[in-house]
Design a protein around this ligand. Structure first.
Ligand code: GLN
Length: 278
């Protein structure tokens, strides 16, 4: 017997009961399987699914019930109003990271042709968001993961953002020349932080979340590199953990960077620190 959209959704909601916003997620997965919108589901509750579709749907619901992040199951995530492809090789872009994009846009004049570097780009989220807003900038994004670079390139093609160049390699290694701006959302969670064993983080690439025992290691490395990468008057901007504001400011000051300031995210947490190379 074929099952209707309505019945499948009801069963899925029961299975996802422990997931916050179970109804929404059940609909999202259904819309994904049917390549439709959620409003299509409301308009056609009695529609019966083909077996291949209901089979696929049940499998996705099972995976979600086991904790797989919704973005990996649908293969997509919204960031800065761009729909980005994501997979387990890349961190799922967080809304907090939009603060980093805002901080950068605040400094980049509208028609500037700045050279910008995004270190550890993952899905390409930051680089691509900046590219959509500042068409004349030349953006170079790196990542140590070849799969991440492939994903980021696909995302650039998807949105036809040709001024972003992707390079496979560690931090600044694949890059030459000087930059007006260096941005990064590096791994910053301490390796023994229990959050790594909770929620979506369990399924995300460890190397994108934690640099090791000391969560500040990558931020230190990037600050050092930035000093040599940046033009005089250029800016470094990094995302960090909500308790890492003071330590990040100290790292940047020790590196000799100036005009250091920390911005707070929507929760009021210190999240992005910026500094000028003078
Ligand atoms: N903000 C992410 C979290 O959810 C961590 C991202 C990162 O390490 N860059 O903890």
């Amino acid at each position: 017997m074929r099952a209707s959209i309505k019945n499948l959704l009801a069963t899925a909601c029961r299975k996802l009961g422990h997931v916050e916003s179970a109804q929404f997620e059940a609909e999202l997965l259904m819309a994904h399987v049917l390549r439709s919108t959620r409003s299509f589901l409301y308009a056609n509750p009695e529609l019966e699914l083909l077996h291949k579709h209901s089979g696929k749907y049940k499998k996705l619901v099972k995976q979600r019930a086991r904790g797989q992040p919704i973005a990996y199951l649908t293969g997509e995530c919204e960031f800065w109003s761009l729909s980005l492809l994501v997979n387990p090789a890349v961190l799922i872009p967080r809304s907090e990271t939009e603060l980093l994009v805002e901080a950068a846009l605040d400094k980049i004049p509208n028609t500037a042709n700045w050279r910008i570097a995004d270190l550890g780009t993952g899905s390409g989220a930051i680089a691509l968001a900046l590219a959509t807003e500042r068409k004349s900038c030349e953006i170079h994004a790196t990542d140590i993961s070849e799969e991440a670079i492939a994903t980021a390139r696909e995302n650039a093609n998807r949105h036809d953002l040709r001024q972003v160049h992707f390079h496979h390699g560690s931090w600044d290694k694949p890059l030459t020349g000087k930059f007006h701006l260096v941005v990064s959302n590096p791994p910053y969670v301490d390796a023994d932080d229990s959050h790594l064993d909770q929620g979506d983080l369990r399924f995300e690439p460890r190397a994108a979340l934690t640099p090791g025992k000391d969560g500040l290691v990558a931020i230190r490395t990037i600050s050092q590199f930035a000093k040599t990468m940046l033009l005089d008057g250029g800016w470094l901007m990094v995302e960090h953990g909500w308790e890492q504001g003071p330590a990040t400011r100290e790292v940047m000051a020790d590196t000799g960077l100036k005009n250091i300031a920390t911005l707070r995210d929507l929760q009021g947490h210190e999240r992005v620190t910026i500094a000028e190379c003078k």
